[in-house]
Ligand binder design. Sequence first.
Ligand code: LMR
Length: 334
Amino acid sequence: MKLRILFAFLASLSLATSALAQQPVVIKFSHVVALDTPKGLAAEYFKKLAEERTKGRVKIEVYPNSQLYKDKEEMEALQLGAVQMLAPSLAKFGPLGAREFEVFDLPYLFDDYKELHRVTQGPIGQQLMKKLDSKGILGLAFWDNGFKEMSANKPLRKPEDCRGLKMRIQSSKVLDSQMRALGAIPQVIAFSEVYQALQTGVVDGTENPVSNLYTQKMHEVQKYLTLSDHGYLGYAVIVNKKFWDGLPADLRGILEGAMKDATKYANDLAQKKNDEDLELVKKSGKTQVITLTPQEKLEWKKVLVKVHAEHEAKIGKELLQAIYKETGFDPKKL
Ligand code: LMR
């Protein structure tokens, strides 16, 4: 009798362990933008590939639109292990102590995606990611959004039109200097609160790629959008290092493959999405879109280029010079 109970107990134990073994690994992927954006769609695509290729051994739970955490909280949550994956904008790594990432915020550093990819998809990008290791974070990929446009309730055609305006920025010292160079007053506000801040007049304007502006309905509370393309906004997909290193090697390999393919998808999609959303902004009739002439754009460049020198030491002279070499940017030529 006793033996039978022992066998039954052992059998139930083995059932329980095998049930446990079949539990999928859950990866919580939190982000702050809408689903229908370059980052939102790429996160969904990564989920699809990862779940299919691991045959259900991994479950990716994507939480868009700051559902789970806002800008600052999500970084803390990743380090504490409350979420496993994020894709914050490169402008949000400064408070973590990774000031080098703010190099991407320098105005007019990149003329187009091609120049940018020489940096993000090459050795400089890889070296930058290594800086995160000491923070308990592993950088997996760079995902694009696009080039930022200025918006406000008055037309911003010349740099001096920004004087005295309260402008929302992300938590980057370079962006702070950029707005000050224009004579504006920068204010750091979490992405999830920007619409309301614009609506209630807490700030007068902001900057973002059009896909972010449109999907957060900011165009409904901004009368003018200037196609200034004055800076880049993109993402680093990051994971909690301890969690990632603890995954079975075969799973990790499959996930890395899925990330590689999701990165291509993200970067192929980004410009298209921004172009489409620009058409939708125009169609809405709520925001007047201002296109700058090459001469007008040059005026913006001339005013903003001094931000490079101001931040060279903090970002790292070597890094900045290496990027100039890749892109051909020469601040002295302006
Ligand atoms: C912002 O805060 O404006 C952006 O970083 C949001 C995002 O993730 O694209």
